[in-house]
Design a binder for this molecule. Sequence first.
Ligand SMILES: Cc1cc2nc3c(=O)[nH]c(=O)nc-3n(C[C@H](O)[C@H](O)[C@H](O)COP(=O)(O)OP(=O)(O)OC[C@H]3O[C@@H](n4cnc5c(N)ncnc54)[C@H](O)[C@@H]3O)c2cc1C
Length: 158
Amino acid sequence: MQASHNELGALSLTSQRGIWPLQQALARRWCGTAESGAWVLAGDAAHNVHPLAGQGLNLGLGDVAELVQVLSTRPYWRSVGDMRLLRAYERARKADFALIGNTGDAIQQLFANPNPALQTLRNWGMNQFGHNGPLKHWITQRAMGKAHTTPPPRKVSP
Ligand SMILES: Cc1cc2nc3c(=O)[nH]c(=O)nc-3n(C[C@H](O)[C@H](O)[C@H](O)COP(=O)(O)OP(=O)(O)OC[C@H]3O[C@@H](n4cnc5c(N)ncnc54)[C@H](O)[C@@H]3O)c2cc1C
């Protein structure tokens, strides 16, 4: 109530409060088969990242885009539950997660470390990064899920 300045009215607990750490997590397997058929994970069910970089939703949407791409371009004779397809999806998305998730995790750990020498090095590194246009552009494009977009067509003068 205090945090929301009473905007939400009177709040009370309806169950025991659950607490869990905000941290990176990755499901070992993202697809498989059960008695009822094939299953596949996407979004937070497959991975969690520390919320500091605001990338959780983007990663989940990236999963959906990749899954749609893999399934909609499959050969007619493969079913949507074909493990080759679902594993290709898993591999592609785990590669993106490795970059975005691990970068966010490293930044979080770097900022959480109280060592003054590390803090100086961190500030220097962030400064260098801020001044490195191409690297900054590449990272932000990846973070926005634009890694696979094709460049816009070149303008041809008449
Ligand atoms: C504090 C915090 C801040 C964040 N800030 C950002 C941010 O700034 N930007 C950003 O992009 N991301 C942010 N995220 C991450 C983002 O919220 C998640 O990545 C995103 O919501 C995941 O979407 P999802 O659909 O995969 O899972 P969820 O949003 O968790 O949806 C899963 C749904 O399934 C339901 N469910 C669970 N179990 C069952 C069941 N057995 N049967 C039926 N339904 C079930 C749940 O009730 C829920 O509605 C933040 C996360 C946290 C915790």
